[in-house]
Structures are given as structure tokens and as C-alpha cells.
Design a protein around this ligand. Sequence first.
Ligand code: ADP
Ligand code: 5GP
Length: 188
Amino acid sequence: MIYIFCAPSGSGKSTMVKHLLTKHPNLFELSISCTTRAPRGQEVHGREYYFITVEEFQNRIKNDDFIEYEQVYEGLYYGTLKEEIDRIEAAGRQVLFDVDVKGGINLKHILGDRATSIFICPPSIEELRRRLEGRGDTSPEMIEKRLAKAELELSYKPQFDRVVVNDDLNHAFEQLDAIIDEGRDLRR
Ligand code: ADP
Ligand code: 5GP
């Protein structure tokens, strides 16, 4: 089973993905996307993202290298490489995707029953702002852009297979663990 994680930025998607990767280091691996945005904080090329230029991104579109791609924010492109699924599955692991809401819905349509789409929901927009500000790595201008987009993204929640409300962190981990256990039981 492939797991697709989507949420408005700051809801805790990376925190959820990190939890699964730490708990099951040999079971899951995160697909690394291409992006045209600059690295933030401690991010490293080839670990969090493949950081590439707009020109390289356009070449990869022409080469049909992406399963899906989106202009997630004005002027900033993000795309999922087809070769990531092959790379991760060849290593005997299950793929995790951390993509924006539209990209997640597209991936689910393409992957069908091979994938479970999970929407990570913030307890409120106010809490979302607090988390984005608290993370301390996003400019005030980008925080406003992300919050403006969050309202629209929340309206897509019903299109997901599962919803995890990330209010209390441990409770959110429990909800996620139950979804993963369910997927493993189904395959037994
Ligand atoms: P996303 O990947 O969705 O943008 P992150 O996982 O980076 O979000 O989380 C945004 C910020 O909120 C981070 O600083 C993270 O530590 C914090 N955070 C995540 N989940 C919770 C929670 N349940 N309670 C409080 N803070 C949280
Ligand atoms: P950030 O800049 O905070 O790392 O990511 C911004 C948004 O882009 C997040 O919602 C993230 O999930 C999304 N994203 C990352 N990679 C991809 C991708 O390959 N495709 C799409 N559609 N969105 C992506």
C-alpha cells in the first residue's frame, strides 16, 4: 500500500510522515519531489527535495518524468517523479507521498486501490497560524499565502480516504497507527 499525505501547510504532515519513518524504518520510504523553491533551514538537495531551476523543471515536464506536478504557490513548482515509486519499491519498501491537496487527489486517481489518501486536518486556522509562526522557517509573506490557501484546501477533505485530526499530537499518532495497522491486516 502506498500512503498519500495531504494537508494545508503547517497542519503537521511532515510530523506524521516522520513518525512513520521513525517507527518503521525498514517498511516505508518518502518519495522525494522536485521543487523550484529554495532550500529552507537545514534542507539538503536529494534528502528533502531535489532543488532544481525552473528551466530544469520544464525540461523534466517535457521528458514526461512526472506522475503529477503543480504550481503549488505562485511561481513555485513541485512535482512527483515517476522513478521515485520504482526506486522505493525496488528497495522493498512502501512509498509515502507528502504532496499538496490537488496533487494528492490526482495521485489517488492515478494509483487507485494501490494507495490510501490521508488528509491531516489542523484543529483550527488560528492554530495553523500559530504552528507556521512557531516553526520559524517561513517568511510572514509566505505564511499569509499559505493561510489564504488553507481554507480552500480544507474544502477538499471529503475526497480523501481517511482524515486524521492533528490536535493532540499523540492522539494523532494513534489515529495514524490504526490506519497503518488496518492496511497491514488487509494484506495478511
Ligand atoms: P506541515 O508538514 O504540514 O507543513 P509540520 O509537520 O512542519 O507541518 O508542522 C508544523 C509545525 O507545527 C511544526 O513546528 C511542528 O512541530 C508543529 N506541530 C505539529 N503537530 C503538532 C501538534 N499536534 N501540536 C502542536 N504543534 C504541532
Ligand atoms: P513546502 O514548500 O512547505 O515543502 O511544501 C509546500 C507544499 O508542496 C506542501 O503542501 C507539500 O506537500 C507540497 N508538495 C511537495 N512535493 C510535491 C509534489 O511533488 N507535488 C505536489 N503536487 N505537491 C508537492
